[in-house]
Design a protein around this ligand. Structure first.
Ligand code: CIR
Length: 255
């Protein structure tokens, strides 16, 4: 969670057509753009240099740059998003990653993996199987991670979440924020788990960046749990982002 750089992509006007498993209303594109701008500003305030890529109208979900790639300070892996409407996002993000990293690895066909299913922890990289990340993609990703000197571990998260990280985020080397359902799944042995407060499950997709935890605005009781543990919490409004089944990690690639 020590990051110097990030890549983001501005939301397209087509974002209203983004994938949504639960209808929480159609996002307002202008408000989404404002939330995105505030997210960039929050990253910059925390010391991250942010590269902003232009919107892609042909890919409604392309603002969620976390899904078509995985980055570490030692290298990047191009992924194969499991939603048919998103597979083309990989080719769109590739030039920015080649510019930043030189050679990049890629996940081979026919497997699929979304970056939202990948949780980077200190000792291992957790890969959650989901409707987007299949067993072939996960196994191939473990192989690619090995080339970067990282150990991948494939897990099966509880049903009902889009991505592994929809329900959890790493707060520090020993602390995980998780929904009660995700916490009960036993995926994080040895970790202290901070549960999201009742009714605030969407807070689980938080983002530890340098000295602070970015948390969606509107989750006061979860924020209090974090400040009680001495975390510095910075809130970012994500009302429109959440309508697209997304949260704070989804909107950047960080290293
Ligand atoms: C999708 O369904 O693919 C987008 N509407 C949301 C992607 C969220 N990304 C993430 O959790 N990493």
């Amino acid at each position: 969670y020590a990051f110097n750089r990030a890549i983001v992509r501005r939301p397209a006007r087509s974002a209203v057509l983004g994938l949504r498993s639960v209808d929480r209303g159609v996002p307002d594109v202008d408000a989404l753009g404002e939330e995105h701008a505030a997210y960039i500003a929050a990253l910059e305030t925390l010391g991250v240099t942010v590269e902003v890529l232009p919107p892609l109208e042909e890919f409604p979900d392309s603002v969620f740059v976390e899904d078509p790639a995985l980055v570490f300070s030692e290298g990047a892996i191009l992924l194969r998003p499991g939603a048919p409407s998103r597979i083309g996002e990989t080719a769109e993000i590739a030039p920015a990653l080649r510019a930043a990293f030189g050679d990049v690895l890629d996940l081979p066909a026919p497997g699929f993996a979304d970056g939202g299913d990948v949780l980077v922890m200190p000792e291992a990289v957790l890969i959650g199987l989901s409707a987007r990340t299949d067993a072939t993609g996960a196994a191939d990703l473990v192989g690619r991670l090995e080339r970067l000197g990282r150990r991948g571990r494939v897990v099966t998260p509880p049903a009902g979440v889009l991505h592994l990280k929809t329900g959890c985020s790493l707060l520090d080397d020993e602390t995980m924020l998780a929904t009660p359902v995700m916490a009960a799944a036993g995926l994080f042995p040895g970790f202290r788990i901070v549960e999201t407060a009742p009714g605030e499950e969407a807070a689980a997709n938080a983002l530890r960046v340098n000295d602070a935890v970015l948390l969606g605005a509107g989750f006061p009781r979860t924020a209090e749990r974090l400040t009680d543990l001495d975390f510095t919490v910075v809130t970012v409004k994500i009302d429109e982002v959440m309508k697209l089944d997304a949260g704070l990690s989804c909107m950047s690639l960080r290293w």
